[in-house]
Design a protein around this ligand. Structure first.
Ligand SMILES: [Zn+2]
Ligand SMILES: [Zn+2]
Ligand SMILES: [Zn+2]
Length: 284
C-alpha cells in the first residue's frame, strides 16, 4: 500500500497567508516540508480521503494526478475537508475525459449538509438525486459509524470522530493486501467505544495517522494536541494495536502552537512519532 499526503495542515493552512506569527514567518523562510496545504491523503492511486479544497494544487505541485481515483472516503463536511466544486469540475460536462465513476462515501449527516450546500450554491439540484449521479459521474454511498464495508480492494471500518457534533464526522481504518492504516483526523481524544472496537476486532495498524492541530505547549480541545498524540500512540503500543514496525504520523497541523517542520519533527522524534508533510509518500 502507498499513502501520499496531499495536505497536512489544519483549516487555515500553514503558513496562514495573512499571518505574521513566528511559526508562519519561519515556515515561509524554510519552505519545503514546512509549507502545508489543507489535509487530504491518497491511498495507492485510487482511494482519496477527503475531497479537500487544496487537492488540485497538491496534485499539480506533487506531480500526482488524481485521474485514477475511483473512491473517496469523506471524513466530514467542514470546508477544509470538502470542496464540492470538485464534483462539478471532474464531471464530463466540464470537459473531463476518462475519469472513472467516483464512489463517494460519507455519513448521513455529511451527505445531507453537502446536498444542501451543493443544491443552493453550486448546481440547483440535489447531490442525492439520480440527476446528480448522471451528471457528475458519481455514486453516493451512505455509511454508518462502526460498520465495516468494502470499497474495491479495501476493507474499511468507520469510527465516530470526537469532533463537530451533528455532522457525522468519521475516522477510518483501511486495510488492503495485509496492510492496515488508521486515518484519525479531525478528532479530539478517541471515544472509549473506538478503543473497545479496536480490541474486539483485533485491529493491528501498520500506520497510524493522527490529528495534531495543537502544538507541544497547547491543550487539546475539539482536536488533539501534541501531548494527546503522544498519549494515543503510547496507548496503542501498550494495547498491542500497532506492530513493532508501525509508524505514527501527525497531520492536520495548525500554525498556532506548532513550529515549522524541522523543529516539530525533532520534537516528534524525541517522543516516538513522526510528522507528515505535503508530498510525503509512505510505502507500507
Ligand atoms: Zn479540519
Ligand atoms: Zn501564523
Ligand atoms: Zn473539522
Amino acid at each position: 500500500m502507498t499513502i501520499t499526503f496531499l495536505g497536512t495542515a489544519a483549516a487555515n493552512a500553514f503558513p496562514e497567508a495573512f499571518c505574521k506569527c513566528r511559526n508562519c514567518i519561519q515556515a515561509r523562510i524554510l519552505g519545503g516540508p514546512s509549507l502545508r496545504k489543507r489535509s487530504a491523503a491518497l491511498i495507492n492511486n485510487d482511494l482519496l480521503i477527503d475531497l479537500g479544497p487544496d487537492i488540485m494544487a497538491a496534485s499539480q505541485m506533487q506531480g500526482c494526478p488524481l485521474d485514477d481515483v475511483r473512491y473517496c472516503l469523506q471524513t466530514h463536511p467542514h470546508a477544509d475537508h470538502l470542496d464540492l466544486s470538485h464534483l462539478l469540475s471532474r464531471s464530463p460536462s466540464y470537459g473531463v475525459v476518462g475519469a472513472p465513476i467516483l464512489d463517494f462515501y460519507a455519513s448521513r449527516e455529511t451527505l445531507e449538509l453537502a446536498a444542501e450546500t451543493f443544491e443552493r450554491d453550486l448546481a440547483g439540484y440535489s447531490l442525492l438525486s439520480s440527476e446528480a449521479e448522471k451528471h457528475l459521474n458519481l455514486k453516493i454511498h451512505q455509511i454508518q459509524p462502526l460498520e465495516p464495508f468494502t470499497v474495491g480492494p479495501y476493507s474499511v471500518m468507520t469510527f465516530p470522530a470526537n469532533h463537530a457534533p451533528g455532522m457525522g464526522a468519521m475516522l477510518y481504518a483501511i486495510e488492503a493486501a495485509g496492510c492496515s492504516v488508521f486515518y484519525g483526523t479531525d478528532t479530539a481524544p478517541l471515544f472509549d467505544q473506538t478503543w473497545q472496537t479496536f480490541r474486539q476486532q483485533k485491529m493491528r495498524f501498520d500506520v497510524v495517522i493522527l490529528d495534531h492541530t495543537y502544538g507541544p505547549e497547547q491543550p487539546g480541545t475539539d482536536h488533539l494536541s501534541a501531548h494527546q498524540v503522544i498519549e494515543h500512540a503510547n496507548r496503542m503500543r501498550s494495547e498491542g494495536l500497532v506492530g513493532s514496525h508501525a509508524r505514527v504520523f501527525a497531520t492536520h497541523i495548525a500554525h498556532e502552537g506548532n513550529p515549522a517542520h524541522p523543529d516539530l519533527a525533532e520534537f516528534a522524534k524525541q517522543h516516538g512519532y513522526q510528522v507528515a508533510y505535503d508530498g510525503l509518500v509512505l510505502k507500507v
